[in-house]
Design a protein around this ligand. Structure first.
Ligand code: 2HA
Ligand code: ZN
Length: 275
């Protein structure tokens, strides 16, 4: 028995590899974090070390005080996670104020948690509250087609949500609350974390212009599936725009309203504007 045999660890590693195979994680691009359940902390406690020093998170997340997270390492490559998880990922513990973290397992050759730790933890804090504790996964990936679209579509929540909903009938069912968009910002710091977590109060998906995407979800399947669905929709839109700039036919606002009734989802009217 090793830590890699534990179910949530396997799920984490598989998700990293799935993202790599999709082509979303060139070099050290992207990062993943998972808010562990209390029983999962106990399941792996025998592997914990007390050597890690307390370090500043760079922001404050009091609602996550004392929680444990599995996160990818800064500068580590998603393609290596499956080969050497102990060198590529880690488990961190937050202090009783939610201002500092220490590494309890992993990153055996040295290193720090993801450079996007402030964004991950501020998103976790917002989504934990918004979902009554159900959301546990925050995933950042460099999704090619979504990034391409941030050069040609207006950077508005309404336009991205509507255009991506129109590209596949499943989309409004998979992300009914819509998609938020952040204009270009310096990554890695508190400012972009605040902007992203503000959007995460309303959405499960946030796009960083000319950079990538953040998704939040309850488990690895739902969160990977959400990223995959949005990116596939973006791929269809890129293909469509490459064929011709306009559409001969599409899913109409009334079609979306009909779909919402049968699939029992609420689709905010602000996305169903007349074009
Ligand atoms: O290199 O994706 O946003 C990791 C990142 C930073
Ligand atoms: Zn990134």
């Amino acid at each position: 028995m090793s830590i890699a045999d534990v179910k949530f660890v396997q799920g984490f590693i598989r998700m990293c590899n799935d993202g790599w195979e999709q082509g979303w994680h060139e070099r050290n691009g992207g990062n993943l974090s998972y808010r562990m359940k209390a029983e999962e902390v106990e399941e792996v406690r025998e592997y914990f070390s007390m050597d890690g020093e307390w370090k500043e998170i760079g922001t404050s997340v009091p609602e996550l005080a004392g929680e444990y997270f599995m996160v990818t390492g800064s500068g580590k490559y998603f393609r290596n996670v499956i080969l050497d998880p102990a060198a590529s990922i880690c488990i961190i513990e937050l202090d009783e104020k939610g201002e500092n973290y220490r590494i309890r397992w992993g990153l055996v050759n040295g290193g720090r948690p993801t450079s996007e730790l402030p964004s991950h933890l501020m998103n976790h804090e917002v989504k934990k509250a918004a979902s009554n504790g159900a959301h546990r996964v925050i995933y950042h990936a460099h999704t090619t087609n979504v990034i391409a679209l941030t050069f040609v579509l207006p950077l508005s929540d309404e336009v991205f949500t509507r255009e991506l909903w129109e590209m596949a009938t499943e989309c409004p069912v998979v992300f009914p609350s819509g998609i938020g968009v952040v204009g270009w910002m310096v990554p890695g710091g508190r400012d972009i974390a605040v902007a992203t977590s503000e959007l995460m109060k309303r959405y499960d998906v946030a796009i960083w212009a000319h950079h990538g995407m953040f998704c939040s979800g309850e488990d690895f399947d739902l969160t990977f599936g959400l990223m995959h669905t949005v990116e596939k929709s973006a791929e269809i839109l890129v293909k469509m725009l490459s064929m011709r700039p306009d559409k001969l036919q599409t899913i109409t606002p009334q079609n979306f309203r009909d779909l919402a009734v049968d699939f029992k989802v609420e689709l905010p009217e602000k996305f169903l504007y007349e074009k």
